[in-house]
Design a protein around this ligand. Structure first.
Ligand code: LLP
Length: 419
């Protein structure tokens, strides 16, 4: 059942004497103290991923801005910062989080298709590195705010290059049907206009998420080269965004990030830019966390078995929202017979499932623990209070130690502001 789980977990999560561990700590001990459902992160896996990513792009002058939307816990952000990363933010809330985590504003890029005036102003006041601009009206707004604050503001234009990628429809962001970026005609019009305060230094071209192929990146960089030549504007900065995919199932291949990096750097070198910006989210955190949940009930039916657990779509929405696959394992390894079951949550929706037709021990019962993998990116950060459920606690393991990095919400948090 748990064949080759190293593809997902590296050396940082796995079974020892038939029980599931995060680094040197048994999951059982953690949930005894903190209850379920509970997110658990491996600090050393996170650091390993950061280093791997950094090394892969080291042949070129680069700024690696971790994409905060993937996981925005301040304690996770601090690890990113301590390991030399900058941050990619898309809202004032994310920007405030990164400042609280101690990131230098000179390493923060502000992206987003709909930044409000207040958000732009907050970024300017805090002297962030640059804005990724997606709209003609947005750059006019930045110009006006620059005038107001007497500050030059570095801007990169986000281009919509109409490139397709092989990923979920919802996370393709560079097709012309999507709301993102500037079409090339508008971008060239903006570049010709010459602003006094909004200083356009380059281009941003995030393509989408969970990309496993290198060809869209290469195609995008080639398109930028051609575009620059056509309009006679040669960028100093190129930001290729994030999107680097990870394995979700044990059958998935890991992306060879070293090869990827090497190839992308070679292509970027042709542009003769001074700086390459990258915005990885999922690649760094995606597989460095699990959710641990308890079996509440088992429903055995002729047509289908259901294992009802205490984590639901409010805690981890990806399977319900995108139909995504997440690796699910029992906390206690068993050599006995298995059966297939849907792993479902307690929420009042049929879409509330964590896994379909998952192999589980045939004697699975109330009180057993279930491990849900691939829970580091877009899991806690997309969680909600639906069904008036409190969001879970988050625990960080570092070797033999574990610390709580976010408390489970209190019931009072649910109606804060209502009474
Ligand atoms: N930069 C920009 C401008 C982005 O929009 C994103 C992700 C990233 C960087 C980071 O992408 P990553 O390296 O993590 O793929 N909720 C979805 C993923 C949405 C991605 C949104 N943008 C999911 O759960 O799969």
């Amino acid at each position: 059942m748990e064949k080759n789980i190293e593809v997902i977990f590296g050396k940082f999560f796995g079974y020892k004497r038939n029980r599931f561990y995060v680094e040197d700590v048994p999951v059982r001990d953690i949930v005894e103290k903190w209850k379920t459902p509970c997110y658990i992160y491996s600090k050393n896996y996170l650091i390993y991923q950061i280093k791997k990513f950094k090394n892969s792009f080291s042949r070129i002058n680069s700024l690696i801005c971790y994409s905060v939307k993937a996981n925005s816990n301040i304690n996770i952000l601090k690890i990113m910062k301590e390991n030399g990363l900058g941050a990619d933010v898309v809202s004032e809330g994310e920007l405030r989080r990164t400042l609280l985590a101690g990131f230098s504003p000179s390493k923060i890029v502000f992206a987003g298709v709909g930044k409000s005036e207040e958000e732009i102003e907050f970024g300017i006041k805090n002297d962030i590195f640059c804005f990724n601009v997606e709209n003609e009206e947005e750059i006019n707004l930045i110009e006006n705010l620059g005038r107001k604050y007497k500050k030059e503001i570095l801007c990169n234009l986000r281009l919509n290059l109409d490139i397709d990628i092989d990923t979920h429809h919802y996370v393709k962001t560079s097709r012309k049907e999507t709301k993102f970026g500037l079409d090339l005609q508008t971008a060239s019009k903006i570049i010709k206009r010459k602003y006094k305060y909004a200083k356009i230094k380059g281009f941003h071209l995030h393509l989408g998420s969970q990309i496993k192929e290198i060809s869209p990146y290469i195609k995008a960089i080639e398109k930028v080269r051609e575009f620059s030549k056509n309009i006679n504007f040669f960028p100093e900065i190129i930001d290729i965004g994030g999107g680097f995919g990870i394995p979700y199932s044990v059958k998935d291949k890991s992306l060879d990030i070293e090869k990827f990096g090497e190839r992308i750097c070679r292509e970027v070198e042709k542009l003769k830019v001074k700086l390459l910006i990258l915005e990885p989210g999922r690649f760094i955190v995606g597989n460095t966390a699990i959710v641990v949940s308890k079996v509440l009930y088992v429903k055995r039916r002729k047509e289908k078995n259901f294992v009802i657990i205490d984590a639901g779509m409010n805690d981890l929405i990806r399977p319900a929202f995108y139909g995504s696959y997440h690796l699910i394992l029992p906390e206690k390894k068993s050599k006995g017979k298995e059966m297939k079951a849907d792993i479902v949550g307690p929420i009042c929706e049929s879409g509330d499932f964590l896994g379909k037709d998952v192999k589980v021990p045939v004697d699975i019962k109330r009180g057993d623990l279930i491990i849900i993998g691939n829970a580091g990116a877009y899991c806690f950060s997309m969680s909600s209070n639906y069904n008036s459920r409190r969001r879970p606690c988050e625990i960080l393991v570092d070797g033999k130690k574990e610390i709580e990095i976010r408390k489970r919400e209190e019931f009072e948090d649910l109606w804060k502001g209502e009474i």
